[in-house]
Design a protein around this ligand. Structure first.
Ligand SMILES: CC(C)(COP(=O)(O)OP(=O)(O)OC[C@H]1O[C@@H](n2cnc3c(N)ncnc32)[C@H](O)[C@@H]1OP(=O)(O)O)[C@@H](O)C(=O)NCCC(=O)NCCS
Length: 204
């Protein structure tokens, strides 16, 4: 286990459109760009997040208390513009101490180009370096893109909880619990020709 900031690097990925995107951990200097990213997202995408991320005080609190041991946020940048955010949340004690929870949101203009898949694969590799054994995600059952992106990164479908959460219009939604077994992710990565091919396409 670690949390040492030096183990995390900056990566470049090329989207299906040919656009080059930088993926790197969030730093305190990202405060303004992060606020702009969240302010530009449609309301329906914000419902997946637990905080009022359009409130500058919330983002200020995040940057002032950045702790990769607790929450590791990875950002995708097109130049200086943030276009996606994935967070890996960790629990330091108790029976979930080996589990990380993952949330992701990609700006609509950058969806459908492999960005979520690339970022989630990155999160799984970082989680392995951090000594985590499993990753957990709560995904809207009706979001084909979300289910496929997590599946692309080695997550499997484990359970459905009907009508558990509410969307932006106050309708109840079904949630799919997806789990990635990190050891199996690496078995799968080396054994699957498809996955190696996928990595060649989207990674440097
Ligand atoms: C879910 C989300 C992160 C996916 O981001 P993305 O960058 O578009 O994902 P990818 O481009 O990696 O696509 C993943 C898969 O979904 C498919 N896909 C993307 N958009 C799609 C759409 N609108 N309809 C059907 N399939 C779609 C892609 O073709 C790809 O499939 P494949 O590679 O297996 O063929 C994005 O839609 C989003 O931010 N949604 C709102 C937040 C959310 O639901 N988060 C998940 C819960 S934490």
């Amino acid at each position: 286990m670690g949390g040492e900031e030096t183990i995390f690097g900056t990566k470049e990925v090329t989207l299906r459109s040919g656009k080059r995107i930088t993926i790197r951990p969030m730093i305190a200097e990202d405060e303004q760009a992060l606020l702009e990213f969240f302010r530009e997202l449609p309301d329906k995408l914000l419902v997946f997040l637990r905080h009022n991320v359009r409130d500058p005080a919330v983002i200020r609190e995040w940057v002032e208390h950045l702790s990769y041991d607790r929450v590791l946020p990875l950002l995708a940048l097109d130049g200086s513009k943030i276009v996606a955010d994935v967070t890996l949340h960790r629990i330091s004690h108790g029976w979930k101490r080996h589990i990380g929870q993952v949330r992701i949101v990609v700006s609509p203009d950058y969806q459908g180009q492999g960005l979520a898949t690339a970022m989630l694969n990155e999160v799984v590799e970082l989680a392995a370096e951090l000594g985590l054994e499993k990753l957990w995600a709560e995904v809207p059952l009706d979001s084909i893109a979300a289910v496929r992106a997590f599946r692309n990164a080695g997550f499997g479908c484990k359970a459905v909880i009907e009508g558990l959460v509410k969307d932006a219009e106050d309708n109840n939604m079904d949630i799919l619990i997806m789990v990635c077994d990190i050891e199996r992710y690496f078995d799968r990565k080396w054994l699957s020709k498809d996955i190696n091919l996928h990595h060649q396409i989207i990674r440097e």
